[in-house]
Structure formats: structure tokens, C-alpha cells
Write a protein that binds this ligand. Structure first.
Ligand SMILES: NC(=O)c1ccc[n+]([C@@H]2O[C@H](COP(=O)([O-])OP(=O)(O)OC[C@H]3O[C@@H](n4cnc5c(N)ncnc54)[C@H](O)[C@@H]3O)[C@@H](O)[C@H]2O)c1
Length: 360
């Protein structure tokens, strides 16, 4: 198997009461009697672990590792504690770690597993909309460093991803909106009619079929470019400014923006930037902005925040020598990657976004 094949080897199963893929998968791929480690945070421990236990076939003892919930714990310290517990509880090279949680648990658990004993197997069981529709797909793992997003990580594929939308029943509304942001992005970068459908329906109406479309859009892009050399960068639309804003908010706000909330604002700014670069017409830009604004948090983009964002963007992983390479919309439903934009244009769209948010 080539390195590329290994990177692509990542099935996604949709679970429901009638389709017990998870139980069958374990029976087939993991030796009976093998201890399974489950990584949760306190919320998924409470709400999702009982569901996982019901899905489990007989003969698989569980050991639970719980980490504190939230982005601020997606750190090396938390990761270190996971490695210590794995060691204390005698995990070995045959251990399978099941990441039962949102994007934080999947990213952190995937990273912890990918380097523990030079790599143990892991499974994602995403429980938030963000993780189902996006974060669990594609094999990127990682943790934040010095408040900067995903500074350390690996490309490592899970054995499989099991998506059960029933987990969404206990997900708080703010978290549902958060995951919806990445689904809107999937439409904007690959299938504009899907964006229009989502923007009209809103997050409360999200269906299994729509999650499946998002998974397909992301998987299709990842399969064409697993190591993010070119087309996978399309998935970063909205993220250069979005990640900078998320990092800024994480360090400066008492109640920081969630990833998806920052990404919606990032997508608005980068849509305007796409117009400044003459990719989008004014009409197309207005249409996209009016689709996004309903889901935007009216964040106070004050001048000191705008100033700080340029600095954060230098640390963006798509930056070369500190110059961010943007993934912009070439047209609705299509992306162009690696676009260098003038600092002046970036400042102007941020000022324009500030006005839009103020007037809504
Ligand atoms: N690896 C990737 O390709 C990728 C892609 C997109 C996002 N991400 C990452 O994903 C992270 C964000 O993920 P997230 O939004 O899921 O955050 P999260 O993991 O912090 O989950 C959000 C909150 O919802 C709770 N929760 C999760 N599922 C629940 C359920 N079923 N019932 C009740 N509560 C539940 C969690 O405990 C947490 O408090 C970010 O760190 C982002 O960088 C990664």
C-alpha cells in the first residue's frame, strides 16, 4: 500500500438503529477481549457514552479517558495527560482509541493516538455537527499552541468514522449553529445550490442527507489531495481570517467565538476579498453575504482587533514567509487557492465587515 493509499483508507459509516455498522466493524477488525479506550470530554461522557455502550458488542471492555471540554483545552498539556493515562492503563500497540466527541476530542485524540508508541489505531465517533460534517473527515489531527490554532499535528487516518445523527439531540443550539458554518462552506466551495438550500433552511432543519452531502464534498476533496498540496486548500476558504479571529477571540474574550462562528465572519470577509480580486461580481458577493449574515455573530471588530488579525494571519499554516495565501471564491461554488492579497485590501474588507456587523 503506498503512502497515498494509506492516507485515503478511511471509511465513513452512517449509523442508526437498524445499521449497527460499529458493532460489526469491531467484530471484524478488533480481537474480542481487546480493551478499547474511549476519549470523551465531560459533556460527551455524560450524554454520549451511554449511547456508545449500547452500540458495543459483547466482549470489549472499555477504559474511559476524560478531558475537559472546549477549545482552550486543545493543548499539549491535555494531550500529555492522555498519553500518561494511556501509559498508566497499559495501552499497547494493539490499543484502539475511540474519540467520542466534537472536533476538539477528534483532533486531540487523533493526534494523541497518531504519535503514542509511534501510532496506535483510532476511530472517530463524532458527536457534534461540526465533527460529523467536517472535523472527523479527512485525517487531520492537531492541537493549538500559544493560543494559535492547530500549530502542531499530523495527517493520520482513523480506522473508520461512525456518524450517528442521534447524538445531535443533546447538542446545545449554539454548537449546532457552529457546525452549520462548515456545511455552508461546503456549499460555497463546491455546490452552490447546496449553500442556497442550507441558507434557506437553517441549522435546526439539518438532515442526515445534508450531513452526508457535506461528508461527500469534503471526502472528495481530501481524496484528490490528502496532504493539502493544492486542491485541499479549498477547504480553508474563510479560515485565514476565521482562524485569526478565533485565535484573537480565544485570547481576548471572556466568552470566545466558537470555530464556526469565526469561520462565518471569515467567509464574509473573504467573499468581499474575492470581489476585490475581481473573481466575484458585486451581485454575487451581495447574494452570498445575505445568505451568511443570518448566521453571523455580531462581533465587535474594533480597530485593535483588526490590527491584531494581520499579525495572527502571518502564523496561518498556509502562509509562506509570513504572507497568507488565501483560498478565495473564483465564483459561487468554486475556489481558487494560494491567492496573495494586498494588506490594504485585507484592511478594507475588515473595515467593511465591521460596518456590516454594526448595522445589523
Ligand atoms: N480536523 C479537521 O479537519 C477539522 C475541521 C474543522 C474543525 N476542526 C476543529 O474542530 C474543533 C471544533 O469542534 P466542535 O465545534 O465540535 O467543538 P467541541 O469539540 O469543543 O464541541 C463543542 C461542545 O459541544 C459539546 N458536545 C459535543 N457533542 C455533544 C453532544 N452530542 N451532546 C452534548 N454536548 C456535546 C462538547 O463537550 C463541547 O462542549 C476546532 O478545534 C476545530 O479546529 C477540525
Amino acid at each position: 500500500m503506498s503512502q497515498k493509499d494509506r492516507l485515503l483508507n478511511h471509511p465513513v459509516f452512517f449509523e442508526d438503529d437498524e445499521n449497527a455498522h460499529f458493532a460489526r466493524f469491531l467484530d471484524f477488525h478488533v480481537k474480542s477481549g481487546e480493551t478499547l479506550f474511549v476519549l470523551t470530554d465531560q459533556n460527551t461522557h455524560k450524554h454520549c457514552l451511554p449511547v456508545l455502550r449500547k452500540k458495543l458488542p459483547n466482549g470489549f471492555p472499555l477504559k474511559i479517558i476524560e478531558v475537559p471540554a472546549g477549545e482552550k483545552h486543545k493543548t499539549l498539556d491535555t494531550c500529555f495527560s492522555v498519553w500518561e493515562i494511556l501509559t498508566d492503563k497499559l495501552a499497547d500497540r494493539n490499543t484502539v482509541l475511540i474519540n467520542l466527541g466534537g472536533g476538539v476530542v477528534c483532533d486531540l485524540g487523533g493526534f494523541a493516538a497518531s504519535v503514542f508508541k509511534r501510532g496506535i489505531r483510532f476511530i472517530h465517533m463524532p458527536t457534534s455537527l461540526m465533527a460529523m460534517a467536517d472535523a472527523s473527515i479527512g485525517g487531520k489531527t492537531g492541537i493549538d499552541l500559544k493560543g494559535l490554532k492547530n500549530m502542531v499535528g499530523t495527517f493520520s487516518q482513523p480506522m473508520a468514522v461512525f456518524i450517528d445523527p442521534a447524538f445531535l439531540r443533546t447538542l446545545p443550539e449554539r454548537e449546532l449553529n457552529n457546525g452549520f458554518a462548515e456545511m455552508l462552506k461546503h456549499g460555497l466551495i463546491a455546490e452552490y445550490s447546496y449553500f442556497e438550500e442550507l441558507a434557506q433552511a437553517g441549522p435546526e432543519e439539518v438532515t442526515t442527507e445534508q450531513i452526508r452531502i457535506s461528508v461527500e464534498i469534503k471526502s472528495d476533496i481530501v481524496m484528490r489531495d490528502p496532504l493539502e498540496k493544492n486542491i485541499r486548500k479549498a477547504l480553508n476558504f474563510g479560515h485565514t481570517i476565521g482562524h485569526a479571529l478565533e485565535s484573537y477571540s480565544l485570547l481576548n474574550d471572556e466568552k470566545p467565538l466558537l470555530h464556526g462562528e469565526a469561520v462565518i465572519l471569515g467567509m464574509m470577509a473573504e467573499t468581499m476579498l474575492s470581489e476585490k480580486m475581481n473573481f466575484l461580481s458585486n451581485e454575487e458577493t451581495e447574494e452570498i453575504l445575505s445568505g451568511l449574515i443570518d448566521f453571523a455573530v455580531l462581533y465587535d471588530l474594533n480597530n485593535s482587533c483588526i490590527e491584531a488579525l494581520s499579525e495572527y494571519m502571518q502564523y496561518d499554516k498556509k502562509s509562506m514567509a509570513g504572507i497568507p495565501g488565501f483560498s478565495l471564491l473564483r465564483r459561487p461554488g468554486q475556489v481558487i487557492t494560494g491567492v496573495e492579497c494586498k494588506a490594504d485590501h485585507i484592511q478594507r474588507v475588515l473595515q467593511e465587515l465591521k460596518e456590516i456587523l454594526k448595522n445589523n
